[in-house]
Design a protein around this ligand. Structure first.
Ligand SMILES: Nc1ncnc2c1ncn2[C@@H]1O[C@H](COP(=O)(O)OP(=O)(O)O)[C@@H](O)[C@H]1O
Ligand SMILES: [Mg+2]
Length: 263
């Protein structure tokens, strides 16, 4: 495939936050090497923690959070606020230059939710990467929280926002930038088959089968769906273990393990 840009989009899995890992260090190293990077983060665990503190029950449908108005307020405060600012400040502390934004800023990400049961969670998103290019071209690493614009108000909501899975927006952003690579850093060594062996390469057909058969479940469903969308526009789509020291640098240097999703 023709590589249209040098940009690398990196999704940081929420599940690996809070533990000591070298991801932030690696992001700063990449920036110093002048590799243009866009970071998209999750933070499901931090959201769960704050929802529990506020006594707001939460549940998931096919790996996506069912979101009502109060949940959306907490999601926005925790992801676009706390989690995003912690990441940006940590990058700064290690000598990097990042700008923390969300899918709402610069109207980058617009989402749609057709599934009433999911509530205020976007299923489909479209992206306009203009603000990302402004930041990258001026030496900033954009760090994007997974909250987006609602394409239409449903009438009974006073917030014009939607909650969105980090994988979904990472794929949309990577495709819109025609990124060189999209890397999902997660808390497993790659995508497992039925016998828990990591699959090294898979195409969209296999990804679809794995979702339908239940071999992929929970958070892996969104990752596979996102991988299938990204692989149409992005030269390389990878799922790797973010818990391994310097997994990101190894990946960029072509020494990564894990799963590649091909179109
Ligand atoms: N076939 C599979 N291979 C690997 N992980 C899977 C599979 N099916 C479900 N999973 C689950 O998906 C999880 C990763 O998704 P998620 O928890 O959303 O993490 P992230 O924060 O990286 O998005 C794994 O921890 C694992 O429990
Ligand atoms: Mg996830």
């Amino acid at each position: 495939m023709f590589i249209k840009s040098k940009i690398i989009v990196i999704k940081i899995g929420g599940s690996t936050f809070g533990q000591h890992d070298t991801t932030i260090e690696d992001l700063v190293t990449l920036q110093k090497r002048r590799v243009p990077v866009v970071v998209v983060h999750g933070g499901g665990n931090a959201v769960n923690d704050w929802l529990a503190r506020l006594n707001i029950p939460t549940r998931f449908l096919q790996g996506l959070r069912v979101t009502d108005g109060d949940t959306l307020r907490v999601v926005t405060a925790v992801l676009a606020g706390l989690v995003n600012k912690e990441l940006v400040s940590e990058i700064g502390r290690l000598g990097g230059k990042a700008a923390g934004i969300s899918g709402v800023d610069g109207l980058i990400v617009t989402g749609r939710n057709n599934n009433r049961e999911l509530g205020l969670t976007a299923e489909e998103v479209t992206c306009n990467p203009r603000l990302l290019r402004v930041l990258i071209n001026n030496g900033y690493m954009p760090v994007v929280a997974p909250v987006c614009l609602n394409d239409k108000l449903k009438g009974n909501e006073e917030i014009n926002l939607l909650n969105v899975n980090g994988d979904t927006i990472a794929a949309c952003i990577a495709a819109s930038l025609q990124a060189r690579e999209l890397v999902f850093l997660t808390d497993v060594p790659g995508i497992y088959d039925d016998s828990k062996q990591v699959i090294s390469h898979m195409d969209s057909g296999t990804a679809r089968d794995m979702i339908e058969s239940g071999t992929a479940s929970g958070g892996m469903i969104a990752k596979l769906e996102a991988g299938m969308i990204a692989s149409q526009q992005v030269a390389l789509t990878r799922i790797i273990d973010g818990r391994v020291d310097h997994a990101l640098l190894d990946e960029i240097e072509g020494k990564g393990k894990g799963t590649t999703i091909v179109n």
